[in-house]
Ligand binder design. Structure first.
Ligand SMILES: [Zn+2]
Length: 108
């Protein structure tokens, strides 16, 4: 198997593990949705959303990914919406913030 194919397969598995973990429900509207490839036309499907948007430097690590249906993900857009953590961001979030702050200090 090519490295690219192996990488794609690994990512697909990771995604499915996170959907499984979320009981195939959107974190916002709690609707049960299938994977994109299993969705019927017009049916909502699950996506992985960057809680801290990529545009703000949010990493593609498990702590920063939330299972949202495509509709809720679309409504959220690139807003900085931490509400999926319900006031309890994971420790990795604070570590990331500290790293970002250190980087800003170095750049200044
Ligand atoms: Zn939703």
């Amino acid at each position: 198997m090519s490295a690219l194919l192996a990488d794609l397969r690994r990512k697909a598995t990771q995604r499915r593990v996170m959907y499984e973990d979320a009981d195939w429900r959107c974190r916002k509207c709690h609707e049960r949705c299938p994977e994109r490839m299993d969705a019927l036309p017009g049916q909502r499907f699950l996506t992985l959303d960057h809680v801290v948007p990529r545009s703000a430097g949010g990493p593609s690590e498990a702590w920063n990914l939330a299972v949202l249906c495509d509709q809720c993900n679309h409504d959220k857009g690139s807003k900085h919406d931490l509400s999926v953590w319900e006031g309890h961001p994971p420790w990795q979030y604070y570590a990331w913030q500290a790293r970002m702050r250190a980087r800003t200090l170095v750049a200044a």
